[in-house]
Ligand binder design. Structure first.
Ligand code: KIV
Ligand code: ZN
Length: 432
């Protein structure tokens, strides 16, 4: 990653957004096995969950939300399997989700019995539409529910003193919640948990539905970070969804605005349009010279396992890792890439037009697809003759041949392969 440099910071006199770049990786949290799984038409089988779990550990994720054990028996069984049969690495914390309901919280702790460390993630929804239309309750009742949830967590955790517990709270639908009310609820929850800088809790701000542009989300995060009491007693986490296509952008801007941690999934599976894609954000950091502190250098393996476990294909133009990302079709792009690659040396910063990173870094190779049809210029045709027949034509001959190639491909109504171009060349310019 050291071969990359941050992009330019454009300084404008009336700019209000800070002129900054992200300098270090956030703490990552995977929600593949929970948010990702709950969004599948057919939820993962036990075998698929185990396989995806191994991949998440292999990639180096340290906080892994593994399910909603109080709401789903398969999730409960999976948590028990992890604790009883799988060796959870010492630096990995499993995380489980639960609503602010007493019976569900009791069952959640039961599911976690015997684990050496874990994050219990409790949530309730706080936005006006959820308060008024879904729950029919006012602000005070919603806040009281969050506080009771926090108390139940503290009470149940005390029954299992052998475990190192971390508490996490999400004001679900945060993006649609009044910013001051979100702070009020989170402070009330923190009042119960009494976190300290040494033992912080996690406050997770979800863009449950992405309802505004990424800068607006970042403003909400910044407002929260600046105004919440005891900021250093909490890890500020964000959980973005991709409804407007901005989940990664929102998470990146949130990091600039003060967030410490991001939740997401490998390649972005999740409710509706998906969760924030961890691979894309990690590659964004990498391509700016920042060590992402997770290993996404083998995307083909990630794609293969995620596809096997979720059934979700990856778009060929998926950022950084799609099949077509390092393929150039246009002659002018190919020409520019060729010129840059000729000058690029191993120890110099990467500077290749149209290739934001060296594809070799993620096990890929640059590929030029040469298309010769009635629309192409002479470059592609000359390239094919040179590559396949070792022929280097003078420019005047390239121009002549290009005319013939165009006429021939128009006549055929399609593309000409190298052999067809060579045949035209032989017929018109070679005397046997
Ligand atoms: O999107 C969301 O709000 C969630 C919460 C439960 C954190 O997934
Ligand atoms: Zn979510």
């Amino acid at each position: 990653y050291r071969k990359y440099r941050p992009g330019p910071v454009v300084r404008l006199p009336d700019r209000t957004w800070p002129n900054r770049v992200i300098e270090q990786a956030p703490r990552w949290a995977s929600v593949d096995l929970r948010d990702g799984n709950q969004a599948l038409i057919e939820p993962m089988s036990v075998a698929q969950k185990r396989r995806l779990w191994s991949l998440l550990v292999e990639v180096g994720l340290k906080d892994i939300e593994v399910g909603f054990p109080a709401a789903s028996q398969p999730d409960y069984d999976f948590v028990r399997w992890l604790i009883e049969e799988e060796e959870i690495p010492g630096d990995v914390r499993i995380q489980v989700l639960v609503q602010a309901r007493e019976d569900l919280i009791q069952r959640t702790f039961e599911a976690l019995r015997g684990v050496s460390q874990a994050i219990v993630h409790v949530y309730n929804s706080t936005s006006p539409v959820q308060r008024d239309w879904v729950f029919g309750q006012g602000r005070e009742t919603i806040k009281a529910l969050a506080v009771r949830g926090a108390e139940w967590l503290r009470r149940e955790a005390a029954k299992y003193p052998g475990t190192d517990w971390t508490f996490q709270y999400s004001p679900e639908s945060f993006t649609a919640t009044e910013p001051d009310f979100a702070i009020e609820v989170c402070e009330a929850v923190m009042g119960v948990w009494e976190p300290t800088p040494e033992r912080p809790c996690i406050i997770n701000l979800p863009a449950t539905v992405e309802v505004a542009s990424p800068n607006v989300f970042a403003d909400q995060v910044e407002y929260f970070a600046t105004n919440v009491r005891d900021r250093d007693h909490l890890i500020l986490s964000v959980h973005t969804h991709n409804d407007r296509g901005g989940a990664v952008a929102a998470a990146e801007l949130a990091l600039l605005a003060g967030a410490d941690r991001v939740e997401g999934t490998l390649l972005g599976n999740g409710e509706r349009t998906g969760n924030m894609d961890i691979v894309t954000l990690a590659m964004n950091l990498y391509s700016q010279g920042v060590d992402p502190r997770i290993d996404v250098s083998r995307p083909d393996r990630i794609i293969q396992v995620v596809k096997e476990c979720t059934g979700m294909p990856v778009h060929p133009r998926h950022p950084w890792v799609g099949d077509l990302v390092y393929t150039a079709f246009s002659g002018s792009h190919q020409d520019a890439i060729r010129k840059c690659l000729r000058r690029q040396t191993a120890d110099a910063p990467w500077q290749v037009a149209y290739l934001p990173i060296d594809p070799c870094d993620i096990g890929r190779t640059y590929e030029a697809v040469i298309r010769v049809n009635s629309q192409s210029g002479k470059g592609g045709m000359a390239f094919l003759l040179e590559r396949d027949y070792g022929l280097s034509l003078p420019r005047w001959l390239q121009t002549e041949l290009a005319r013939l190639v165009q006429a021939e491909s128009e006549r055929r109504g399609g593309e000409l392969v190298a052999a067809g171009v060579h045949e035209l060349f032989r017929t018109h310019f070679v005397v046997d």
